[in-house]
Design a protein around this ligand. Structure first.
Ligand code: A3D
Length: 320
């Protein structure tokens, strides 16, 4: 049986890390695409040369030609520009919207049956625009943010509680921005919800509030430390978890930026919600019940995303 074909659109920091992870995990063969000639070819060759020592079996090809992604099973999109210190994700909108247009058209023409995972920021607006430009079915286009935001939350919680990260579950919903909604009630250590752990004296409400805030600021913390780019190891690992669930029909329950129609009071909108990812793509949106304050936070986050989508429509008249 042929190995799955995984196209990585954007061969920068995240794209290169994705290629390495796909190869190490033997998820399939990789096509690394970028407009910066030399970069995708160089990274693909470097990773291919790691194969014997890995060891792994995978072919890797670097290219600047969309024809090479033909028939891809999965496309992961990181093309565009990342943040620099002092920039918000939203500052990237104008530049990255143009990039989504060319990427959407490239995917539609060459890999229309792919499951597409967008990572380019500002995430929720870019995944919406990418879907519009590509015309692919909504369930085959989603965005990676919730897995990363939840992973950061889980990491901070596991460190605070001195337990394995594997036993900490967490859900972060809403848009991938300052208004994201870490849900403490639905986050647990081995099934024990965080509010109960506060009652049990494992931590204090103040410490938990600080962890929630650090999760919201998680991207900016890395941008500040790096000084010349944004996070890439954890974002790449998170997208691979989603791609693997699709390729192996694992039906993992993962938070991602999905098209929500009906649930959460939304009528056709991309935002971070819990989903089931399997061979059909985003097979289900899990409609959890939110408390009043959680719903208010979620609505605020949705409003922020709506503002960005409106800005996209103003910039590109074809999206209106
Ligand atoms: P970077 O290392 O700059 O890589 C981006 C690559 O895109 C570069 O190699 C560019 O040459 C390439 N590129 C630019 N325009 C095009 C085009 N039209 N077609 C194909 N390739 C193009 O950035 P990065 O990998 O660090 O980050 C990529 C994106 O992910 C940025 O927008 C980040 O803001 C975003 N990001 C999102 C998250 C989320 O959690 C959603 C986390 C971290 C980064």
């Amino acid at each position: 049986m042929a190995r799955p074909k995984i196209a990585l659109i954007g061969a920068g920091q995240i794209g290169g890390t994705l290629a390495h992870l796909v190869a190490l995990k033997e998820l399939g063969d990789v096509v690394l695409f970028d407009i910066a000639d030399g970069t995708p070819q160089g990274k693909a060759l470097d990773i291919a040369e790691a194969g014997p020592a890995g060891p792994f079996d995978a072919t890797l090809k670097g290219t600047t030609d969309y024809a090479d992604i033909a028939g891809a099973d999965v496309c992961i999109v990181t093309a565009g520009v990342p943040r620099k210190p002092g920039m918000s994700r939203d500052d990237l909108l104008g530049i990255n919207l143009k990039v989504m247009k060319s990427v959407g058209e490239g995917i539609a023409a060459n890999a229309p049956n792919a499951f597409v995972i967008c990572i380019t920021n500002p995430l929720d607006a870019m995944v919406w625009a990418l879907r519009e430009f590509s015309g692919l079915p909504h369930e085959k286009v989603c965005g990676m943010a919730g897995v990363l935001d939840s992973a950061r939350f889980r990491h901070f919680l596991a460190t605070e509680f001195e337990v394995s990260m594997k036993d900490v579950t967490a859900f972060v919903l809403g848009g991938h921005g300052d208004t994201m909604v870490p849900l403490t009630r639905y986050s647990t250590v081995a099934g024990i919800p965080l509010p109960d752990l506060v009652d049990m004296g494992w931590t204090t409400q103040e410490k938990l509030d600080a962890i929630v805030q650090r999760t919201r600021d998680g991207g900016a913390e890395i941008v500040g430390l790096l000084g010349n780019g944004s996070a890439f190891y954890a974002p790449a690992t998170s997208a691979i978890e989603m791609a693997e669930s699709y390729l192996k029909d694992q039906k993992r329950v993962l938070p991602c930026a999905a098209y929500v129609e009906g649930a959460y009071g939304l009528d056709g909108f991309y935002v971070g919600v819990p989903t089931v990812i399997g061979k059909g793509g985003v097979e289900r949106v899990v409609n959890i019940k939110l408390a009043k304050d959680e719903q208010a936070m979620f609505d605020k986050s949705v409003d922020a995303v709506k503002g960005l989508v409106k800005a996209c429509k103003e910039i590109d008249g074809t999206l209106a």
